[in-house]
Ligand binder design. Structure first.
Ligand code: PLP
Length: 223
């Protein structure tokens, strides 16, 4: 059986070759290893292999496994990539280093208040619902410009980029292109897009972070 560390190396090699193919600078794309649903025992070898940037989509789950892993390994950077409720803002700010899923004024303000209280200034992404799907988190593309301005000028958050999860049943390219366009007109440099099935495509559209889970850790068991 292929191990997570072997798959990690394959994904890293694919990222490097996509950077070359699409004319990005080597190392321009950051790999976020998405470890949701996996226990510390599965994550530890990937840390030992040198990976330091991880994504989790639930605050509670991340609180349960990352404090101990941080004691074992230096330099961990943990990204929140799942939806956030404002009553979890305190735990989120204490547990994560980057928040990728800001999508409404209430959560922006709750996070900023918590960051001030805890003396942290976390880089943040705004999640954009590029497919305008009713069940999906994220702000509608037409509302992004005003929301970015609000987050920066009124709330005072450090907004570094945009994030999206394209609809499962559509070609992702047009969604990546839209995110790239909206980020460009807002002067945002970072684009978090691309998962196991489409990270190479995302790099073609200028992704600066790809969020890859199952291609590294294997298929998830939600049971
Ligand atoms: C689970 C998840 C990923 C990783 O998905 P894979 O298909 O396993 O690579 C990426 N982004 C978000 C927001 C996720 O929830």
């Amino acid at each position: 059986m292929v191990s997570a560390t072997e798959r990690l190396e394959e994904v890293k090699a694919d990222i490097r070759s996509s950077e070359t193919v699409y004319g990005s600078k080597e190392g321009a794309v950051t790999l976020i290893a998405v470890s949701k649903t996996y226990d510390a025992d599965v994550i530890r070898p990937v840390l030992a292999a040198g990976q330091r940037i991880f994504g989790e989509n639930r605050v509670q789950e991340a609180m349960g496994k990352w404090p101990a892993l941080r004691e074992e390994f230096d330099g961990i950077e943990l990204h929140l990539i799942g939806p956030l409720q404002s009553n979890k803002a305190k735990e989120a700010v204490a547990t994560f280093d980057v928040i990728q899923t800001i999508d409404r004024p209430k959560i922006a303000r709750a996070l900023k208040a918590e960051m001030d209280r805890q003396g942290r200034d976390l880089p943040c992404f705004i999640q954009v619902n590029t497919g305008e799907e009713a069940q999906k988190a994220g702000i509608a593309p037409r509302d992004v410009d005003a929301f970015v301005k609000d987050c920066r000028e009124e709330v005072g958050l450090n907004i570094v980029g945009l994030m999206c999860i394209p609809p499962v049943d559509e070609a992702p390219g047009e969604h990546f292109a839209l995110l790239q366009k909206v980020a460009g007109r807002n002067g945002l440099n970072q684009l978090s897009m691309g998962m196991s099935s489409d990270y190479k495509t995302a790099i073609g559209f200028g992704a600066t972070c790809v969020r890859v889970g199952s291609a590294i850790f294997g298929a998830r068991d939600y049971a």
